[in-house]
Design a protein around this ligand. Structure first.
Ligand SMILES: [Fe+2]
Length: 269
């Protein structure tokens, strides 16, 4: 079983007039398909799932990395756009963007600058780093944030094949239209929630000082409470397990007390 080209999540003409059907037909049906075909050739059909593909992105080099990353990046790019796109984010994502960049508008400017400023072919991304901080980056050619231990939340393809038929060499117009009309905020919000949950459950985090959560720059108040409550739950489970195994659990009681103090402090502010 080989890797299958992912379906476009909308019809070829669904993003018109912003991104025309001819662009999507060629971009998805020819370029993306060619990366998938080449990946299957190079791996002799051994990559047959997204999990295996992501694993490959962490260790492959040369042509194999290039094909695998381009397959993954394009699937992520299709989802970064929607016929109902554009507008503004809301909820926790909007707060996190304002906290990281100063405002959602400022985020848009940074993202546009990264996309327009990518030399040659590549991608611009909104990512979350291992500390939960949101950042805008760009990558060259096939390179992908997954390789750099960053969690992608949004991307725009700035290879010429993504915009030439609609905008010729005016990459700026394509980037501005992407941000204004097709950017799929629901997809970004869903990636943000998943990345936040993963971070919350990172092994070892529970043994860090609960007080640090109070000043965590990447988290809103709601998220700080959520993190602490999750840690408290995990700590109680560990304590119960320790008592059942007759290995004490006194240490756990100290952590729970610190978590409760941090929660009380958040409640007062
Ligand atoms: Fe592309």
């Amino acid at each position: 079983m080989s890797y299958q080209l992912s379906d476009l999540p909308y019809a070829y003409d669904a993003l018109a007039p912003h991104i025309g059907p001819q662009t999507l037909k060629i971009h998805h049906g020819k370029h993306h398909r060619a990366y998938v075909d080449r990946l299957n050739e190079l791996t002799e059909g051994n990559i047959d799932s997204d999990a295996k593909l992501q694993h490959l992105l962490g260790k492959a080099d040369g042509a194999l990395f290039d094909q695998a990353a381009q397959v993954w990046n394009h699937s992520f790019y299709w989802q970064s756009m929607s016929p109902d796109g554009g507008g503004n984010p809301d909820g926790e994502l909007a707060k996190a963007l304002a906290s990281a960049f100063g405002s959602v508008e400022r985020f848009r400017t940074e993202f546009a600058e990264a996309a327009k400023g990518t030399f040659g072919s590549g991608w611009a991304w909104l990512v979350q780093d291992r500390d939960g901080k949101l950042r805008v980056i760009n990558t060259s050619n096939a390179d992908t944030p997954i390789r750099h231990d960053l969690t992608p939340l949004l991307t725009i393809d700035v290879w010429e094949h993504a915009y030439y038929l609609d905008y010729q060499n005016d990459r700026g117009a394509y980037v501005e239209t992407f941000l204004k009309h097709v950017l799929n905020w629901s997809f970004v919000a869903s990636n943000f929630t998943t990345a936040f949950r993963d971070m919350m459950r990172r092994p070892g985090e529970i043994f860090e000082a609960p007080g640090d959560v109070l000043d965590h720059p990447a988290l809103s108040k709601t998220q700080r409470i959520e993190v602490l409550q999750q840690w408290r739950y995990d700590a109680v489970q560990l304590q119960v397990a320790a008592q059942e195994n007759m290995t004490g659990g006194e240490q756990g009681a100290g952590f729970i007390e610190k978590i409760d103090q941090a929660l009380t402090q958040l409640d007062r502010n």
